[in-house]
Write a protein that binds this ligand. Sequence first.
Ligand code: CMC
Length: 439
Amino acid sequence: MSTTPSDIKATLSFSDGTPAIDLPVYKGSIGPDVVDIRALYGKTGKFTYDPGFMSTASCNSSITYIDGDKGELLYRGYPIEQLAVQCDFLETCYLLLNGELPNAGQKTEFVNLVTRHTMVHEQMQQFFRGFRRDAHPMAVLVGSVGALSAFYHDSLDINDAHHREVSAIRLIAKLPTLVAMAYKYSIGQPFVYPRNDLSYTANFMRMMFAVPAEDYKSNDVMVRALDRIFILHADHEQNASTSTVRLSGSSGANPFACIAAGIACLWGPAHGGANEAALNMLFDIQRQGGAERIGEFITRVKDKNSDVKLMGFGHRVYKNYDPRAKLMRETCHEVLSELGLHDDPLFKLAMALEKIALEDDYFVKRKLYPNVDFYSGIVQRALGIPVSLFTGIFALARTVGWIAQWNEMISDPEQKIGRPRQLFVGSARRDVPPLAARK
Ligand code: CMC
């Protein structure tokens, strides 16, 4: 899809004598209009300035839509609340990749395709053994996903639609295998091969928790909970890691390298690393005395000089409750009651913290609500997933969104290499002084 100008124009005038110019305005199907500033530099010699992309649409897209004020998230037009209840993760993957939900036949075909690509090249095992046992799983994933491009040369031509499709399937299929391998390696257990008679999510749980001495029997509530985590994390518009994938891909880099770049960006605590950070924060408060210490902790969060944040709270786009957090909260209840952990002290602490924060003026004024990561860590911990793997689970789920966005970018006739400019504030031209004359 490309952009179509509307009848509306934006007129930009300057107080420095530069003549005013008209800029085209485009309307999306929903959401804010955009002002096309591409001709600005050519006509005026000026750039726009928007660090953090607070007011910048970096592309046009028809995949995911967020209304941050309403707290609405749509994948290809479908509300996340309906997808989370009526669909499974692989149907959601099909939707994100192809634009429509699969019918029964298409679903069977897609599931078969993904299922038959879950094994990784046997030599990847040697590659894994090069990592220290205590390596962070995200470090292992950045390396191993990037390394896939050294193993699958036959799907690297980004200009060939078939190659792009094969790479997409390989990435979606192999990420669970790699995440489970990263876990097994860290605890010194043998890698578990995928099994084709299990669903995508049940197979992942078995690769995580089975050992040669004892098979793993999955529990439907737990599988469904993890599948929901995957659905909720599958895509989220032009966030930092997705923009990283698009920017990396804009130079023509191969899909495995681009997804590795996305994983690196996701790792940060302001983004995907927040689920790990949120749980560690709850552990800290619990260690220091639990619910009684919440007041003291909130005071530190509000102190401008402390750089302590309430992890799992706040979002660049949502200025209302994150719809994913609502669903995750519900899943949290389901999983904890299935496991007989209604009284889980960490969950109670999270609820108490949420209540206090939602009533506190600091958070209310800034429209800071819990985001998906506030609850996803508690669910993952209850499922037996170690804290250091939480962001790896996020990467597994987000891979489909990254690849759908990357594919959309490659197919867009308006696609160009991403090359921002800058407001230069350093020294103007000067001559190099001889060594003896330097201060
Ligand atoms: N705790 C305390 N204060 C906060 C928080 C927080 N979690 N988030 C934002 N604020 C304050 C911030 O200090 C600022 O205050 P002031 O106006 O007085 O300077 C105001 O709220 C606006 O925040 P901002 O940093 O300008 O907002 P942003 O859009 O640049 O940052 C964010 C968004 C998600 C990075 C930030 O809210 C944050 O760091 N949250 C904690 C980390 C987190 O949970 N991240 C997961 C995001 S959801 C999963 C994902 O998509 O990756």
